[in-house]
Design a protein around this ligand. Sequence first.
Ligand code: IMP
Length: 427
Amino acid sequence: MRGAKVVVGAQWGDEGKGKIVDHFARSADWVVRYQGGANAGHTLVVDGRKTVLHLIPSGALHPKARCAIAAGCVVDPEGLLAELDALEAAGAPLTPERLRVSERAHLVLSIHRHLDVAREAAAGAAAIGTTGRGIGPAYEDAVGRRGVRFAELVGPASALADRVERLVAERNLLLVGLGAAPVSAAAVLAELAAVRERLAPYVGPVGAVIAAAIEGDETVIFEGAQGVLLDCLHGTYPFVTSSSTGAGGVCTGTGIGPRLVGEVLGVTKAYATRVGAGPFPTELNGALEARLRAAGGEFGATTGRPRRCGWLDLPALRTAARLGGLTGLVVTKLDVLGGFDEVRMATGYRVNGQVVEDADVGTLADAEPIYEVFAGWGPEVGQVRHYLDLPASARHFLERLSAAVELPIELVSVGPERDAIIACPPR
Ligand code: IMP
């Protein structure tokens, strides 16, 4: 048994995981989402056509790959149907033979979205800057043992009504307390009635199926969402998402043991971005940030918000390597830095007058980055397909990065299209 391959974000999300998962999905039997929900936005560009997936795994565009949404995800049923419709309209339909949704996955209901938005509005300066997709409230209800799962959605109508009524009654107390209008259980039940029949054929067990697939030496890719530094417990709390974004989340989210996990690839941009509030030591501002944002198209795939942009941050990446259990790296968007006369990466921080190389993310708020400056490279890296054809300055940057984090770089992405990818020579 080889064990499964896990692809996680090694920063604060938006690292370009979708394209990398699509790359591996060419030869995959299964691609599995194990945490998060429609807060994610995974962009795939195939033959000039852009597909943005929020819930459906990025194996969807490979007809032989089957996709699974595991118990650890929170799923907005209307959003899922909209994605299925969009794939069908694009000529890439995902039938129930190719998509399975765990009966244990929790539903994101409209009341969760209302709670998310009302809470953020009430928080003022303490707002997290969530995606507003109801993710936090849905996970709260899951661990609060009052959530509604796909098992209830497709089960007896009276049991579903009981569950929804209890959840809505409890959560309306908070909604009203936050100054928002209460939601009626009847309205939530009507929303669920409208999606139930279409979604039922997709619902079934996931954990046991995926465990058997890995044990049977099938190729299974786990697709992380968000990034390791947004992990609910170990990230830049409280400016985090509400799930376990690292490789550990694969086990709890899917319901399999750690023995079944093989390698863990961490995806990092050649620079750094962050959406929403929270510490970001290498954040730029002014013209340089605007240039990087424009060059990288750094606007949220889910919310359209401009992303905060900065230089690559090695201490944060080292922390991510530990948290994520990384065995290798993938570097994306190297082409975006093409055209800068010089580029930088933070090799350490100065925290309270002391130089540190491996800071706990909790200390990031006080960190002053220490930069190493590199000669730039030109935009022609976007056309390069072989590692040794990269300009020496770009290779030097990558090799410094790899050595500093003590991880091999396996792939370098130099553009959004499928073929804009470079396999790195083995170390
Ligand atoms: P939530 O996951 O919507 O609750 O948002 C919590 C924090 O995580 C906010 O800062 C969001 O901007 C951030 N976040 C959530 N999902 C993503 C993502 O897929 N990419 C980048 N940031 C994300």
